[in-house]
Design a protein around this ligand. Structure first.
Ligand SMILES: NC(=O)c1ccc[n+]([C@@H]2O[C@H](COP(=O)([O-])OP(=O)(O)OC[C@H]3O[C@@H](n4cnc5c(N)ncnc54)[C@H](OP(=O)(O)O)[C@@H]3O)[C@@H](O)[C@H]2O)c1
Length: 320
């Protein structure tokens, strides 16, 4: 059987300036895939269908990774639901359809674990997709992502287009967003403990009880998983499951996570848990049996990943 991708192929990583896209570019380069096409938002607005089609007709990438998306937290999703649905649907339709029409031989679409029902059985298996109601705070984003998975699946089924989808758990690592209000829990903790250390504060207050269980994957492990999946994952078009979870398969409590971040940052004060603030879903963990069975496992353990991420934080002119 011919290789699914090879080093002579031209790759287009859409969203290469983002956290995930940047890691995918690094992973491709480290594996010898050096023919990389990229385009910043200023060069190519992926919401502009005519521009995307014209770009694909000129550049004709053989392999496409779609890591561009409008992403945001609960507040942004809740306040701008139409933006989240429209932007993400447009980006997906424009990139995936243009790739298919201009002869791309392989496409990888990045989704997210928020596609799964709010009360899916834990750890969440790929089969849980569309078996229950979504978490209302990010349903707009999730609906767009589910449409992306189904677009890839339908093009494979009807036209033999070789598109695959990966659903990563919570990511962290270089290029993360450390904004004081809009960041995810791990970068938010890094910033808060760092600022407390610098200010010599006696304590740091964290939201909730610290009991929710969460899973975290270093973004460089995601980059490696994307390359591995491009090289090895080719589901049968009639398989009802056409997407792969990506994670470590292990979760930990937010309390434990806070202790790890506190130690990596070198903050010596006390952690106070503000029980008046909401905890969110008690547990969110992906079942990663499928990708493990395919031969891929994560490599970066959380303690070392947090330490290197903190070093990156210290040397980055981060947003916000
Ligand atoms: N971060 C996580 O924890 C996580 C977890 C699971 C899944 N994912 C998935 O991974 C993917 C990437 O997420 P991320 O965390 O890397 O997000 P990110 O850092 O915000 O990167 C998104 C990238 O998309 C680009 N983009 C957005 N709209 C565009 C447009 N109209 N035209 C051109 N470029 C556009 C952005 O460009 P600018 O730089 O110009 O804004 C940015 O470079 C998403 O599909 C997300 O669902 C992320």
């Amino acid at each position: 059987m011919p290789d699914l991708i090879n080093p002579a192929d031209r790759f287009f990583v859409a969203g290469h300036r983002g956290m995930a896209g940047g890691a995918i570019v690094r992973a491709l380069q480290s594996q010898g895939y050096s023919q990389l096409l990229t385009a910043s938002r200023q060069e190519l607005d992926l919401e502009d269908g005519n521009a995307v089609q014209a770009w694909f007709e000129v550049n004709r990438p053989q392999v496409v990774v779609l890591a561009a998306a409008k992403v945001g937290g609960i507040y942004a999703n809740d306040t701008y639901p139409a933006d989240f649905l429209l932007c993400n649907l447009k980006i997906q339709i424009n990139v995936i359809e243009s790739a298919w029409r201009t002869g791309t031989k392989r496409l990888l679409f990045l989704g997210s674990s928020c596609i799964y029902p709010k009360f899916a059985e834990q750890p969440i298996r790929e089969e849980s997709l569309l078996t229950g109601s979504l978490e209302p705070t990010n349903e707009w984003y999730a609906i767009a992502k589910i449409a992306g998975i189904k677009l890839c699946q339908s093009l494979r089924k009807q036209h033999g287009f070789n598109a695959i989808s990966l659903m990563p758990t919570n990511l962290y690592g270089p290029g993360d967003n450390y904004h004081p209000k809009n960041s995810h829990v791990l970068p938010a903790l890094i910033r808060r403990f760092h600022e407390a250390k610098v200010a010599d504060s006696p304590n740091v207050t964290c939201w909730g009880t610290g009991s929710p269980m969460r899973e975290f994957l270093h973004v460089d492990d995601l980059g490696a998983a994307c390359v591995y999946a491009l090289e090895n994952y080719n589901p049968d078009p009639n398989d009802p499951v056409q997407h792969l979870n990506v994670g470590t398969g292990t979760d930990l409590s937010i309390k434990h996570l806070a202790e790890l971040v506190k130690s990596a940052v070198g903050f010596n004060g006390e952690i106070i848990w503000d029980h008046t603030k909401p905890d969110g879903t008690p547990k969110k963990q992906l079942n990663v049996q499928r990708i493990n069975n395919l031969g891929w496992h994560h490599k970066i353990e959380l303690r070392e990943g947090i330490a290197s991420t903190y070093n990156d934080f210290l040397t980055t002119d981060f947003r916000g």
